[in-house]
Design a protein around this ligand. Sequence first.
Ligand SMILES: *Cc1c(COP(=O)(O)O)cnc(C)c1O
Length: 415
Amino acid sequence: MSQRFILDPAVENDFPNFVTHLECSYTGEILPANQLHGLSPAGKPILVRYDLKALSNAVTKEELAKRPGGFWRYREFLPVRETKNIVSLGEVMTPLIPLRKLAGKGGELIVKDEGRLPTGSFKARGLALAVAMAKELGITRLAMPTNGNAGAAMAAYATHAGIETTIFCPDDTPEVNVSEIEYQGGKVYRVNGLINDCGKIVGEGKEPTGWFDCSTLKEPYRIEGKKTMGLELAEQLGWEVPDVIFYPTGGGTGLIGMWKAFEELEAIGWIGSKRPKMIAVQSTGCAPIVKAYEEGAEHAPLWENAFTHASGIRVPIAVGDFLILRAVRESGGFAIAVTDEAIDNAQAEAARVEGVLLCPEGAATYAAYKQSLVDGRIKSTDRAVLYNCATGLKYPMPPIARMLDKNQPIDYSKI
Ligand SMILES: *Cc1c(COP(=O)(O)O)cnc(C)c1O
């Protein structure tokens, strides 16, 4: 196959699909594929399972290497059956950017810059899959609670696919997110509450409106989209995993998805048994997972009065709490909280020293990296990957007041 540069679902061939069934992540209960599912009967997230043996016979690393960039290249690992249901807005393989000046002594610090994806965040991965599956299963109306980026990604992909969306966000969600949702065809409401309050509105609206609840982990497919972060990272590192991954954790979809990716890659023999330490990064103003991790608990109760300006990780309660904690513990990683002040300083430092503009949540991972080096919880020689989950351009930056009057003589010695 020659290199192709346009992914046009209308002209692509169908491809083999390896989904065998779905499974409750808590009880292991088996559920049929090709049907609409929200949470499992036990009220827990549902995972997609594949015939990995058949999958490994159907695709090779070499063949994969010839495909266009972007997460649809991993189509054998994804649940969409018919190619015509793929919804694409021009996904790219997100770059790995080494931060040589900020790395620990003798180690490597790499940013995976997810801000390059459509709608400027890694939410594109999960929502592209959720929307494609919604299309495949005949859903015509989607709803979700959002802190901003998920709503924007859902609106964009659903509009592209001809699906209606209704979206609820906290009233202090970054302006750019609220506007981009509506502008890209979504109907957005600001709610005087947090994301869990918005989630309640979506859940209670299912009966009267008939919309499908696309909340984080309340449908099976956003994890599959986020899983591609793990597939892509391993491929980019030559089918190896790094020593440590710092992940800004809200609902935890990405962390859970990457963990699933590594498990599937090992099962087909593409990577070995080495796993990165998975580090769940939260803000001290909203750290339910960190608290549960430190207490040795399996679940993380609601965090009261959640506050942080890293809005993507302001998630007071997560339905996949036990999956996040399980991955963190099995990997030998940990959960860590950083202050908003540390986030601001980290963001400013990465921008000033490396010319890399992180979003606040991405900056939280760099703050956590620094803190973990000081604590001795990671080694300076580690190869560490930070997830910059959204483009820094979506967030407010410090204003600049410096002026120059073109009508006055300019003293260049002062410039
Ligand atoms: C959604 C989001 C997160 C959290 O991602 P999860 O996988 O839901 O934990 C972090 N940062 C940003 C910018 C986000 O939009």
